[in-house]
Design a protein around this ligand. Structure first.
Ligand SMILES: O=C(O)CCC(=O)C(=O)O
Ligand SMILES: [Fe+2]
Length: 222
């Protein structure tokens, strides 16, 4: 696995963290290009491709717990949950902890933990329009996506479409999954989808969560 030197550079560009918080307050979503350190993206991309080549990814499903099932007609990615097993993962997760603190200070969201998985969409895969959290479930509060693909071609497909919270068919942005791009949005209100990709597409999807207690049963982390 590619060694990654964490002492090299900060994960976020200095202004990004402030811009993310401001955008979430103002409009509920944020997209920035060249925001995540390129060397880090390269190391994380390498790690994901290595797992994809060695059958170390699991097919992603929908629903949690007993309701979890595969639906290739809804989402076609394969995933691996981040587990701090590499320096690159630890560096990324540490930056997300910092972002969590900024979000809590500015938005009083009471974010409690962060979970994230690598996602690999093979050519032809997509993820239909969805919300990452259901209103009132209070589990996933803020979603993040970090893209890992260098030199994504104009005809590569695989864009993430962000829709208006009050008009779920009204497109408000289309995000090219280029390495360095970071997206962040409120999980309960922002509908989004991944358009069919024409080539192998790599990303890290993550969620800041609140600790939701459901009738005394703690909502499982995943
Ligand atoms: O990869 C993306 O652009 C978004 C993925 C997504 O919506 C999800 O995993 O919930
Ligand atoms: Fe999503």
């Amino acid at each position: 696995m590619m060694a990654f030197n964490a002492s090299s550079s900060p994960v976020f560009t200095p202004t990004a963290q402030v811009a993310i918080v401001d955008a979430l307050v103002e409009q509920g979503w944020y997209v920035g290009q060249n925001v995540i350190d390129h060397e880090l993206c390269k190391a994380l991309h390498h790690e994901l491709l290595h797992m994809a080549e060695h059958d170390a990814l699991e097919e992603a499903g929908i629903g949690r717990g007993h309701q979890h099932h595969l639906r290739k007609d809804i989402r076609g990615d394969a995933i691996h949950w981040l587990d701090r097993e590499s320096e690159a993962q630890r560096h990324y997760l540490n930056a997300m902890s910092e972002l969590q603190q900024s979000l809590n200070q500015a938005l009083f969201l009471g974010l409690f933990e962060y979970e994230a998985h690598f996602a690999h969409y093979p050519a032809g895969a997509f993820y239909q329009r969805h919300l990452d959290s259901f209103r009132g479930r209070a589990n996933r509060v803020v979603s993040t996506v970090c893209y890992l693909n260098p030199d994504w071609p104009a005809d590569g497909g695989g864009e993430m479409v962000i829709y208006h919270p009050d008009a779920p068919h009204h497109e408000i942005d289309r995000v090219i999954p280029e390495a360095g791009t970071f997206a962040c949005f409120l999980s309960e209100t922002i509908p989004h989808e991944v358009l069919p990709t024409h080539r192998s597409r790599a990303s890290i999807a993550g969620w800041f969560r609140r600790n939701a207690s459901l009738g005394g049963v703690l909502d499982p982390a995943r």
